[in-house]
Design a binder for this molecule. Structure first.
Ligand code: NYM
Ligand code: MG
Length: 216
């Protein structure tokens, strides 16, 4: 392969339902990749620290209300305001691990069953954002999620939403490329081993797959 300095970083997205263990797995993956000598950055969406992120945070906590379309576009805008930074990091050789991305974006919004907010409509503002080299989907059954402490207090953390979110994730990932579907009901160690092997394969292919692509 090329020397490390001239090789671009990888864009790795971790997706899944609430309680699937995304954040812990991102942390473990970060440790694994750092040990291998990669420069790694971890980011998460929504990024609640920006002005747009603060509006999203207040909506998720239930302190404010928003039209379904409007909040959807804010979630997307929150990705666009960070997108340039991601591209720069990747170009300079940093591997970026992203906890939730456009897939959560479309799935949670479409799960509201608002007649004018389809998956198709929801996808449009995502077009042109950096495209992940790999998306790891951590799947978890409702039973296992319940064992892990059930629902949190935020908006969307209820049975009806989570059921529709699970179905919609399945719908979009079934026909998608560069996705690794991982059974997150297994032990933390088993899950992290599966993630490591999927990511190692992805990074090995990077030399040949050229520049970071865009979502289309
Ligand atoms: N969420 C997350 C969306 O509805 N749209 C999005 O674009 C993104 C990135 O925010 N229940 C939802 C999914 C989660 C909630 O995420 C907060 P987290 O990872 O629990 O902080
Ligand atoms: Mg959550």
């Amino acid at each position: 392969g090329l020397p490390a300095q001239t090789r671009r970083g990888a864009l790795i997205v971790v997706e899944g339902l609430d309680r699937a263990g995304k954040s812990s797995q991102c942390e473990m993956l970060r440790g694994f990749l750092s040990e291998q000598g990669h420069v790694v950055k971890y980011i998460r969406f929504p990024d609640r620290t920006t002005p747009i992120g603060k509006l999203i945070d207040s909506y998720l906590r239930g302190s404010s209300h928003q039209d379904d379309h409007s909040i959807h576009l804010l979630f997307s805008a929150n990705r666009w305001e960070i997108a340039k930074g991601i591209e720069e990091d990747i170009a300079s050789g940093t591997t970026v691990i992203v906890d939730r991305y456009s897939y959560s974006g479309v799935v949670y919004s479409a799960a509201k069953a608002n007649p004018t907010l389809s998956l198709d409509w929801a996808w449009q503002p995502e077009i042109g954002l950096p495209r992940p080299d790999i998306c790891l989907f951590l799947g978890i059954s409702p039973e296992e999620a319940a064992k892990r402490g059930g629902f949190g207090a935020e908006r969307y953390e209820n049975e009806a939403m989570q059921t529709r979110v699970r179905q919609l994730f399945q719908t979009i990932f079934e026909k998608m490329q560069d996705v690794a579907i991982i059974d997150a009901g297994k032990s933390m160690d088993e899950v992290s081993k599966e993630i490591q092997s999927a990511v190692t394969g992805c990074i090995a292919r990077l030399d040949t797959c050229g520049a970071l692509r865009k979502l289309e």
